[in-house]
Design a protein around this ligand. Structure first.
Ligand code: 6R9
Length: 657
């Protein structure tokens, strides 16, 4: 059995870096040995080289209050100063920090000097309205420059932001506001999405008017700062509501950034809550910014004076926090910020933007890549993508077929692809190859970044040898690790530290291949047990997608009386293959395909050909809900779905309506 599973992990295609890439690479091979020789000294060097410290630190790590780590804790810095002022002072004030493109095609450009000036004013607005160091401020905004400006202004005054994704409901927003006891909400009247304005301010109004406890107690919010973006009508609560532009015009232009301790809280970010109550993941300043800047520079081979970087994530997710806001700006990069969706007003919009801004580094998610694959290569081929030199992937495993397509069609067969594994909790990238050093292997995230101590262990904590799998843990504290769950230290310990003591349990299954490279196998709650055999949903999905007819697939384990669980697959066919054969024939062919590739044990007992899969707003397939459908159970919490009708259609199909 395990030999059959290996077949998929036995990807034979290899992509060594080109001589040209090696010659100009940021990261040099010695970096691994350097980190290995003295991990703490390595991180201390990075913190000193990559950041400006108002007060230098002398201590690197204090783990005496494990599992709450303290990094560089006798040092002081200002995160916003690191992202802004110091670049201006170094003579790079005229460098573009943000090229912004709105969905309707309107644009704006901010140099580092201009962005610094905006953030100083916004910081003064916060101070004017009583925000002090340690206060919480919620952000509920579209992808506009003011979202970045607000985050940096909050950080600048030592307050703590809690960004709530603009697609979340009033209830979700209110529960996050209450949990963090936010004093201000920064929002916009509305934003643009698929050719229309979607209102945001009314959702904030509804969130604040709600009475979730039934006691009539008001929320903790004193003011709502509103950016004018959608020009949609809004109702106004005098005294509480304030226009962003009026407030910014009313304050002083100068603001001096003070240093805050390295362990000063920077932000709270609630995880998507796929199970239970959302967790407010807490990140602090010095360690977070160090690992963010380090990974961004080395994993993406950043040359800030010449690159144009684009991370497509929304600032409402951790990828947007770390790789849209903090890391690129700390590194003085020039980046693109885009308000819209990939397919509006036409399916080539992303490629048009890459051509227009000559984007050199693109960082996106496999789900996006697979939907582009579904539409066909003729769309990106209409645009000049020759500026692209580095590609990144994040969010879920990238199956080899999608990897190759991304490499060939978007990367022109030359750009290295960095598959980056990390989590909201890890704060920054933990596993990724380094371009210019590593020979790439499609489908594998490969190796921990320098300075990270990763292990794959079994249930008893025994480290696994090459060519076997288990649970992914991080054996030593790392600079950008979460410092806790907001207001719930017990839950923090239970969730991540109870299982393996001093090792952080990530909740992901992983496997070493024959070379010792790491393959991520999906969440362990997505691991199925069929007749006592361990099967990964990711692995079977990868097998299905490797069939030429299949565009996308989701696999779940459904309870089965005889085998414990059985494999149920939901499959989207490529439009070019719909109608090639009857549905029954397609299902039979795909069952055989999986059986041939992985083994009979992995053959799906049921395959449903569907038009769409249920996804969260961050693009993750909601396998838990598909499992409810497959098991004929009542469907669980669908709060985080983009479109609930997708699930209703699939349910009807499964019931045979
Ligand atoms: C950054 C982000 C974290 C979970 C994580 C894992 C999955 C993320 C991945 C990946 C395989 C990758 N994940 N990157 N799985 N390969 N390159 O996505 O954070 O939203 O907290 O999700 O996503 O299962 O545990 P977050």
């Amino acid at each position: 059995m395990s030999e059959q599973i290996d077949n998929l992990l036995h990807e034979v295609r290899r992509f060594p870096p080109s001589a040209e890439f090696v010659a100009n690479a940021v990261a040099q091979p010695e970096i691994y040995a350097e980190a290995k020789a003295d991990r703490l000294a390595f991180w201390a060097t990075q913190a000193r080289e990559l950041l400006h410290w108002h007060k230098p630190f002398t201590r690197t790590l204090d783990w005496s209050e494990a599992p709450v780590a303290k990094w560089f804790d006798d040092g002081e810095l200002n995160v916003a100063y690191n992202c802004l002022d110091r670049h201006v002072l170094a003579g790079n004030g005229d460098r573009v920090a943000l090229y912004w493109e709105g969905e309707p095609g309107d644009t704006a450009t901010f140099t580092y000097a201009e962005l610094t000036a905006e953030v100083k004013r916004a910081a003064n607005v916060l101070i004017k309205h009583g925000i002090e160091s340690g206060d919480r401020v919620a952000i509920y905004m579209p992808m506009i420059p003011e979202a970045v400006i607000a985050m940096l202004a909050i950080a600048r005054v030592g307050a703590v932001h809690s960004v709530v994704f603009g697609g979340f409901s009033a209830d979700s927003l209110r529960s996050r506001i209450d949990d963090a006891q936010a004093k201000i909400v920064v929002t916009a009247d509305g934003g643009w999405r698929k050719g229309k304005v979607f209102p945001l301010k009314p959702t904030v109004d509804a969130a604040l008017a709600a009475d979730p406890t039934g006691t009539g107690a008001p929320s903790t919010v004193e003011h709502v700062l509103v950016v004018k973006r959608g020009d949609n009508d809004v109702t106004w609560k005098a005294g509480r509501d304030l226009w962003w532009h009026e407030e910014l015009a009313s304050v002083d232009a100068e603001h001096v950034a003070l240093g805050f301790p390295a362990e000063h809280p920077l932000f709270i970010l609630y995880t998507s809550g796929t199970t239970g109550r959302p967790k407010g993941i807490l990140h602090t300043s010095g360690g977070y910014l160090t690992q963010s800047a380090f990974t961004h520079k080395n994993v993406f081979d950043l040359h800030p004076e010449s690159d144009v970087y684009w991370c497509t994530a929304d600032v409402g997710w951790i990828t947007g926090h770390t790789y849209v806001v903090y890391a690129p700006l700390a590194n003085g990069a020039t980046q693109l910020l885009f308000e819209g969706t990939p397919d509006s007003p036409h399916p080539g919009r992303w490629w048009e933007l890459i051509e227009k801004y000559k984007v050199t580094i693109l960082y996106t998610a496999p789900t996006a890549i697979r939907s582009f694959m579904k539409l066909g290569r003729q769309i990106p081929e209409k645009f000049d993508l020759s500026s692209i030199r580095v590609l990144g992937s994040v969010g879920e495993p990238i199956n080899p077929e999608a990897w190759i397509w991304y490499h060939d069609v978007i990367g022109g067969g030359k750009a290295p692809i960095l598959d980056t594994w990390w989590q909201t909790e890890t704060g920054a990238i933990m596993v990724a190859a380094l371009p210019g050093i590593s020979t790439l292997k499609p489908g594998s995230a490969q190796v921990p970044i320098p300075g990270i101590d990763l292990e794959i262990i079994d249930e008893h904590g025994v480290i696994q040898p090459h060519n076997s799998g288990g649970l992914l843990v991080i054996a030593e504290p790392w600079p950008s690790m979460l410092r806790g769950i907001w207001g719930d230290p017990e839950r923090f310990k239970e969730t991540y530290w109870e299982k393996f003591g001093a090792k952080y349990f990530a909740g992901d299954g992983a496997r070493y291949d024959h070379d010792g490279d790491v393959w991520l196998l999906g969440r362990v709650d997505d691991v199925m047990n069929v007749s006592g055999h361990r099967l990964s949903t990711a692995e079977i999905e990868s097998s299905l997608v490797s069939n030429q007819m299949v565009a996308e697939s989701a696999v779940v384990g459904a309870a089965d009386e005889t085998t414990g669980q059985s494999v149920v697959a939901f499959v989207i066919l490529k439009s070019s293959h719909i109608g090639d054969m009857s549905e029954a024939d397609a299902v039979a062919l795909l069952r055989k395909h999986v059986s041939d590739q992985i083994g009979a044990i992995a053959r799906p007992s049921r395959i449903y050909i569907v038009a769409e899969l249920p996804k969260t707003r961050s693009g993750k397939i909601m396998r838990r809900l598909l499992q409810d459908v497959a098991e004929g159970r009542e469907i669980g919490d669908t709060q985080t779905l983009t479109d609930t009708t997708v699930l209703q259609t699939i349910s009807a199909q499964v019931r045979g309506d």
